[in-house]
Design a protein around this ligand. Sequence first.
Ligand SMILES: Nc1nc2c(ncn2[C@@H]2O[C@H](COP(=O)(O)OP(=O)(O)OP(=O)(O)O)[C@@H](O)[C@H]2O)c(=O)[nH]1
Length: 253
Amino acid sequence: MTKTQITLVQIDNYGPWTTTPEPRREVDLQTLQSRLYADVSQLVGNREGYAFFGRFDNMVTVTNGLGRSAHELIQESIANRYPVTASMSVAVGPTPVEALGTASDRLQDAGSAQDSDRRRILRGETLAEADRSTEDIQIAHFDVDDATGKYTDQLNEFDTFIRIEQGYAELMRYMRRAHDSLAFFVGGDNVITVCSDVDEAGYDDAVDHVEDAVGVELRVGVGRARTAQGAGMDAKHALEECRENGSDVELAW
Ligand SMILES: Nc1nc2c(ncn2[C@@H]2O[C@H](COP(=O)(O)OP(=O)(O)OP(=O)(O)O)[C@@H](O)[C@H]2O)c(=O)[nH]1
């Protein structure tokens, strides 16, 4: 059974900050958001976690192995580098959706995203070392079969983007509905999904569903490990096996 530790990272009071004392230049907001994501990705990634940019003002991170002090250090680092602070809420669940749901509830209970009194709070519990196992995290790395040949080298970039995003939208809804799993677009034609205990038939169904619904052909490699990085790397190797065998789904175990 998977045991996913999710940390929701939310910029404090960001909406009001973007317009106070008057609307801030969009290029500056875009720069701040992408740099903050890069830092969160490094700070979490150096500790074997994964960070997804999501909506940028709210980032979902997979933090198995990060304790309370690691979270505090990341918050301190953000506060020292940026004109904004971030609150964090951590929860562990048998599925990624359950963990994120609990983390979201805790953050919402502590105050609104636009509450000027709620700053840099840290809520929730992290996994005890004794409760961790080598099968806690399941990560699936999806990619579009021959995106370069079918789209990138054929269509204009915006029409390519629409096709890839349609595949992503269908997949993210399907994995959320059928498997309580969280799918995130990570660039190019790639979607990384933080999964519950999905088996090979479940991934076959997901790939078939996306092709039937929007005509986008996916392949997926899946890994399992103690940490997001470990599971994610195994998933990448499994995806390479798909490329070699011409298969749609490969599990690393
Ligand atoms: N984030 C991320 N992006 C990747 C990764 N591999 C490829 N990409 C992106 O995906 C784009 C397409 O690369 P590929 O998936 O190798 O190309 P393809 O044409 O689909 O070829 P096949 O996957 O071999 O069918 C690249 O330009 C990258 O932007 C990865 O592991 N992670």
